[in-house]
Design a protein around this ligand. Structure first.
Ligand SMILES: [Fe+2]
Length: 406
């Protein structure tokens, strides 16, 4: 009782003290703006990732900590706005921005532009905003399972050769393309953000990725270097892993992550690689994947692996990562009625006819990274056929093939 009385007695005093503290706090609440400053700059992007029937991820990098939003809409309008929210907080005060657009309509063209406003001061009760940067409007089209057609191209083993990337894209863009795959080793290794920006993000943004999604397949070189563990921050994939599947038109795509090419115990990895166990988990995922309705009901099934599990050179053996991929992935793929396996890594173009019992499907292996040895692998799928064209860096067509629809 005494305590209650005491509490009542001190209440007016506590209220006054609270007000003394809160008044200056409330006086600061609300956004502030500071003008006349150098605006933030786009270091890379916007580029498109993880396309879906009803969704698309827009990624960009600014040179200062900013907010991030995407204005977008159909029919030439920018009448909707998206932000990224994690645990109730809108992403802000960062330089790398990933915003997922959802609720889109399949097979529909959209326009979009990004907007980032600098955060000059991020106080607990008041944020001061600076100036803003926006991108010019760009456009993309959502994927559609109902569509009878899809076209995609594959570059591989660019090894930071921007000239090769540019030349191959010159061949690709002659006809419309829905997706661009980089089948590994686009980079030599990962040292820092600047390297990813200069040799990957800026060039793909400039060439195609503002309007055509970049589909990333990790190569063994992209597991190397101090910054390799941060590469995924710049990408977005279905399911968030480097191995994933998705549908586009009549094609079901499976992307596998083949990891490193040598055993985990190799001295070059200094005991920091664990790909054997990682591939065990991936094998479990693949076992479920090939049983999925999307896989089984697709008109065409195309699989990507950076490291080829089969050699084009007779008698050439397998070891390390290639052997592990061969043992863990290929038995599942052989039973799965795959139409085409697309590989890379050897820097030599090769085409392998199906070899029953070993690989019941054909395999095409891209060359690179020099312009003379590089290849652009193109596939155009429609109701009747999946058409393959392999073009060498000098423009010579090396191979064409039709795979009939099932
Ligand atoms: Fe490689």
């Amino acid at each position: 009782m005494k305590m209650i009385k005491s509490g009542v007695a001190v209440w007016p005093l506590a209220l006054c003290l609270s007000l003394l503290v809160l008044v200056p706090v409330f006086a600061q609440v609300g956004p502030k703006f500071q003008s006349g400053m150098e605006p933030p700059h786009l270091l890379a992007g916007p580029y498109l990732q993880n396309p879906g029937e009803d969704s698309m991820t827009v990624v960009w990098l600014t040179d200062k900590n900013t907010t991030a939003s995407v204005e977008y809409g159909a029919n030439g309008l920018l009448d909707q706005k998206a932000v990224a929210i994690h645990a109730g907080l809108i992403d802000a005060n960062t330089r790398l921005h990933r915003v997922r657009l959802t609720g889109l309509k399949p097979g529909t063209p959209y326009q979009y532009r990004i907007s980032s406003t600098e955060i000059v001061k991020f106080g607990p009760y008041s944020v001061t905003f600076g100036t803003n940067v926006t991108s010019p409007p760009a456009a993309f089209k959502t994927l559609s399972r109902q569509s009878d057609q899809v076209s995609f191209v594959v570059m591989n083993d660019l090894h930071q050769n921007l000239q090769t990337m540019q030349v191959l894209w010159g061949f690709a863009k002659v006809n419309p393309v829905d997706l661009v795959f980089f089948n590994g080793d686009s980079l030599d290794y990962l040292e820092n953000e600047d390297q990813i920006v200069k040799f990957l993000l800026q060039p793909v943004t400039g060439l195609f990725a503002q309007s055509t999604p970049l589909m990333y397949v990790r190569g063994n070189h992209e597991t190397r270097g101090r910054y390799a563990r941060f590469l995924h921050d710049f990408l977005d994939t279905p399911g968030g892993e480097y191995y994933y599947s998705f549908d586009a038109g009549p094609v079901h795509f499976v992307v596998l992550d083949t990891g490193e090419d040598k055993e985990d115990s190799h001295p070059a990895y200094s005991g920091l690689n664990g790909f054997a166990g990682y591939r065990d988990g991936e094998k479990q995922w693949l076992a479920q994947e090939v049983k999925s309705r999307a896989f089984r009901s697709a008109r065409y099934r195309v699989v990507f692996m950076h490291i080829p599990p089969f050699s084009a050179r007779e008698g050439r053996g397998r070891s390390g990562g290639a052997q592990d991929c061969f043992e863990k992935f290929t038995p599942l793929l052989n039973r799965a009625k795959v139409d085409l396996l697309i590989t890379a890594h050897t820097h030599h173009y090769a085409y392998l006819e199906p070899k029953p019992g070993e690989h019941d499907y054909p395999m095409v292996n891209g060359g690179g990274p020099s312009q003379e040895g590089a290849t652009l692998i193109r596939l155009d799928a429609d109701k009747q056929r999946l058409h393959l064209t392999v073009t060498q860096g000098d423009g010579v067509i090396l191979h064409q093939r039709d795979y009939p629809a099932k």
